[in-house]
Design a protein around this ligand. Structure first.
Ligand code: GLA
Length: 381
């Protein structure tokens, strides 16, 4: 594999060839939403779209960072000045990883990103993981995938200031082609769950609602805070330890809102484990039911959906989808629908019509098979 396009632009911008190029994918999450920060189980897979980072070592302490999607403009920073207080834009995701890895000297970095931005498909995790994978190789750190996942999550939490969980970075690093990744967010142990819907004549349609999606708007942090509050009030270590029976008998100890947030967490963890079971026996009708139940829980109990996501889900179901749900943080972004491949065109039309009727911005559609996690795709001579 190589990325000659990126290689060539790197030479044009920085005057020399890169030492290493790494690529890391975005993700969709089949099921297990808003439970990664509650020590739950999640079942995402890596999409084919990825972000590439080409990097070259410098002998001084200068960092030069550019992106092919930002007209190759070069941002220059001294390594000594890298700190979460340093203002900036998209390059903060790259600097966060550099900060987290404490690299010993300067580098030139060129990014080529192909994960749709703001679509809830984890373009930021793809960016962080491509940079981390390249630097791990370049400086021979020898971090394993679990360490890289924790490091990139820390970069996003503490440097960029986005309070995300561990799911997106983990799947971008650890995914295996052809499988969804069952990730235990408590200890980052994984199991690859073969996810082959095509041989059953099905397809996973990804619907980008084009509605606003930002984890920094407060809704995400508020959900995390509710979970933390429940955990504290009930004297447990995480939602992972809670059962529905225990939740019902502890109702008077928590607020009504906290009860519904906790109900989502507990039921969603159970749905993930059930989903693994049904995927393993290729019972995709049952998987569809679990997707629907997950969406209802996110919409009604966790309250992170939005009109665009609900319309995308409802239109998919009325077009005959086996199941559909919002994915990612919510408040916009994407939904997924498990559909008969032969119904793809019809489903898309139905969703488009519903969006027009509701005066929503036109949605975008993707589909992807489960792809490989982060990889080194080229090393200099
Ligand atoms: C975002 C976060 C993840 C996860 C999801 C919701 O994508 O980055 O850590 O919490 O929302 O499941």
């Amino acid at each position: 594999m190589s990325n000659s396009h990126l290689d060539k632009s790197f030479v044009e911008i920085f005057g020399e060839t890169p030492d290493v190029i790494a690529g890391a994918p975005g993700r969709v999450n089949l099921i297990g939403e808003h439970i990664d920060y509650s020590d739950g189980f999640v079942l995402p897979f890596a999409i084919a779209d990825r972000t590439y980072a080409a990097v070259r070592k410098r002998s001084d302490r200068i960092l030069r960072i550019a992106s092919m999607q930002r007209h190759n403009n070069v941002v220059t920073v001294n390594l000594n000045d890298v700190s979460p207080n340093l203002k900036g834009q998209w390059e903060r995701y790259v600097l966060g990883v550099i900060w987290g890895m404490q690299i010993p000297h300067g580098i030139d970095v060129l990014i080529d990103g192909h994960v749709p931005l703001g679509a809830g498909l984890s373009s930021s995790a793809a960016l962080e993981c491509s940079v981390a994978t390249a630097l791990n190789d370049l400086f021979s750190y020898g971090f394993n995938l679990e360490q890289l996942a924790r490091l990139t999550q820390k970069a996003e939490n503490e440097y960029v200031g986005v309070p995300c969980g561990i799911m997106d970075q983990s799947v971008s690093l650890m995914a295996q082609r052809g499988s969804a990744l069952l990730l235990d967010c408590r200890d980052l142990t994984t199991k690859n769950v073969e996810f082959d819907v095509a041989s059953s004549g099905l397809e996973l349609l990804i619907i980008d609602t084009q509605a606003h999606h930002s984890l920094t708007d407060g809704g995400y942090a508020e959900r995390r805070a509710s979970c933390d509050s429940v955990v504290k009030k009930l004297g447990i270590r995480s939602m992972r330890e809670l059962t529905i029976a225990q939740l019902e008998t502890s109702k008077e100890l928590i607020t009504v809102t906290e009860y519904f947030r906790a109900k989502h967490a507990v039921t969603e963890i159970a749905r993930v484990l059930k989903a693994v079971e049904v995927i393993e026996r290729k019972d995709f009708a049952e998987l569809g039911q679990l997707l629907n139940a997950s969406h209802a829980s996110l919409r009604d109990d966790y309250d992170v959906s939005c009109p665009e996501l609900n319309v995308a889900v409802d239109a998919s179901i009325s077009a005959g989808a086996l199941g559909a749900r919002m994915v990612g943080g919510g408040f916009g972004g994407s939904a997924i629908a498990l559909i008969k491949a032969s119904h793809s065109h019809e489903t898309i039309k139905k969703i488009e019509t519903s969006f027009t009727q509701n005066s929503f911005k036109a949605p975008r559609f993707f589909t992807s098979l489960p792809s490989q996690g982060a990889e080194i795709i080229q090393r200099g001579l």
